[in-house]
Design a protein around this ligand. Structure first.
Ligand code: ADP
Length: 163
């Protein structure tokens, strides 16, 4: 059984992530989406909220499971029996960073390899951070994220301005 591991912040999940997940789900028998938990990183959504949103979005993909991680990616892969890390590539600007972490992970564990899927053209400019930015300025995020995520963002912004 081929098991893939797709790590990221998913703060929040966008149509760009979803494209990679749907295609990854066809490549692997099982695909874990791993949501990073880093208490030092300021995020819009808590790990629990990010997990719930991803679960709500991928409900129709039976071989995809959402987990959280606060340990080294390669260690988590080994724990879950994953042989491959899955990453998405947008523009060339992603390349440098991905090249670095791929080789670093390879150095840490040579048996775990990384595969890349190139994004759909229309998602190549799409990132969680631009969605967050757009939302803070009251822009319409619905072209970029699933409806359930757009609703959660709306609530989040509303609650934060109430404080
Ligand atoms: P990280 O903090 O690890 O970069 P992200 O949630 O931003 O976490 O991204 C997780 C993975 O999803 C990365 O491989 C990233 O390149 C990929 N990704 C993010 N947005 C897109 C997109 N629009 N199209 C394709 N891949 C994407």
């Amino acid at each position: 059984m081929k098991i893939g591991y797709y790590p990221g912040s998913f703060d929040p999940i966008t149509f760009g992530h979803l494209d990679i997940i749907e295609r990854g789900a066809k490549l692997f028998d099982k695909l874990y989406i791993s949501i990073s938990v880093n208490p030092n990183k300021k995020t819009m959504f808590t790990p629990e909220e990010r997990v719930q949103l991803v679960r709500d979005v991928i409900y129709y993909l039976p071989n995809v499971e959402v987990v959280t991680s606060s340990i080294l990616t390669v260690e988590h892969c080994k724990m879950l029996g994953a042989s491959h890390i899955l990453r998405g590539l947008r523009a060339v600007t992603d390349y440098d960073y991905e090249f670095q972490i791929t080789n670093f992970n390879r150095r840490l564990s040579s048996e775990i390899d990384t595969v890349f899927l190139m994004t759909e053209g229309q998602n190549s400019y799409l990132s969680s951070s631009s969605v967050r930015e757009l939302a803070y300025f009251n822009g319409d995020v619905t072209p970029f994220v699933p409806l359930v995520v757009a609703e959660a963002i709306k609530q989040k912004i509303k609650n934060s301005t109430l404080r």
